[in-house]
Design a protein around this ligand. Structure first.
Ligand code: BTN
Length: 335
């Protein structure tokens, strides 16, 4: 009930009477009072005024925890339930355990810090506490395993949309959002990476048992390790605005729920690719495609219906680049 009280107080942004809260939740005044007191103990600034009721003061410092997270989620099923942990080895590892144990599709695992955060290609993912967003979503889709790689692009689109929504809520003007997607799934701001996505799945014979999509977003100003300092950035530093991490997660899930519904109609990206391409920072830029067997250059034109990058070569032929073993670099740097 505490998360629901928070949602209601936040939405109203004014006093809500104790009587209304009792009726809304079908509980006694004492139960409401207890809930409010527990929220105050968690750090929420809630005013209580006789004959007027309770009001949440929005200038409360960001509280990152279970009730805040649950109170922000506005989806039908994506991110339900939402589970918050103070620390985990990795949200992907935890999500896999929970998926094996029967967690329902849509379950969200969030943590404040990871002791063994995982990146792509066997790399680690720096995950200090109090700084960033680390979450993993569990899905149990009914489509064939070869379609799952598109979910990573779908999540990249949702992250880009969710961040934009949060920036707008924080007062950033639409025109100045400079966020993009570096194919297939890095989110970049001013040419530097603010988010990485790691999708893993368990397949039995020809059927997906579960997919876990892990997202790490650099939110607050921080010192990056020397090896990534030139290519990594954080949202608050790039935009000079404070963002609520829980609201950011909620905005991403809202976008992902919408995009996933569209995706499931066709089981491909045909209805979303124009949108994805609008965020694609490599679009119409010269790129270098690094394959296990060598490298070549061309101009990136966008993605096709299955999320492959269309690269136009000098002779006019167009290559369809599949993300698997390949990486794409701008010829003058990371983007
Ligand atoms: C990349 O290398 O770009 C992907 C990084 C993915 C990091 C996220 S943080 C939350 C989730 N849990 C993990 O251990 N990894 C992903």
């Amino acid at each position: 009930m505490k998360a629901e009280i928070l949602t209601l107080l936040r939405e109203r942004a004014d006093f809500v009477s104790g009587q209304e809260l009792c009726e809304h939740f079908g509980v006694s005044r004492t139960a409401v009072w207890k809930g409010i007191n527990q929220l105050k103990k968690e750090g929420y600034l809630i005013e209580a005024v006789q004959n007027r009721g309770y009001r949440l003061r929005e200038e409360s410092e960001e509280i990152y925890g279970q009730n805040e997270l649950a109170s922000r989620i506005q989806t039908k099923w994506m991110g339900r339930p939402a589970k918050f942990y103070e620390e985990l080895s990795s949200t992907n590892a935890q999500a896999k355990v929970e998926a094996e144990n029967g967690a329902q599709a849509g379950t969200l695992i969030v943590t404040d810090s990871q002791s063994a955060g995982r990146g792509r290609r066997g790399r680690g993912w720096s995950s200090p506490p109090g700084t960033n967003v680390y979450f993993t979503l569990i899905l149990k889709p009914e489509f064939a395993p070869d379609k799952a790689s598109m979910l990573t692009l779908l999540m990249a689109l949702a992250v880009a949309r969710g961040i934009n929504r949060s920036l707008t809520e924080a007062g950033e003007t639409k025109e100045s959002h400079t966020l993009g997607i570096k194919w297939p799934n890095d989110i970049v701001v001013n040419g530097r990476k603010v988010c990485g996505i790691l999708t893993e799945m368990s397949v039995e014979r020809d059927y997906i048992q579960y997919v876990v999509i892990g997202v790490g977003i650099n939110v607050k100003r921080q010192e990056f390790a020397p090896e990534i300092a030139a290519t990594a950035a954080s949202l608050e530093e790039e935009y000079g605005r404070k963002l609520s991490r829980c609201a950011l997660i909620a905005n991403i899930l809202k976008a992902f729920e919408e995009d996933y519904r569209i995706f499931c109609k066709t089981e491909n990206l045909s209805d979303l690719r124009a949108w994805y391409d609008a965020f694609l920072v490599n679009r119409n830029r010269e790129v270098c495609v690094l394959e296990p067997g060598g490298e070549y250059r061309g101009v990136a034109r966008g993605i096709n219906d299955v999320g492959e990058l269309l690269v136009e070569l000098a002779d006019g032929t167009v290559k369809e680049v599949y993300a698997g073993e390949v990486s794409v670099r701008g010829i003058y740097g990371y983007v």
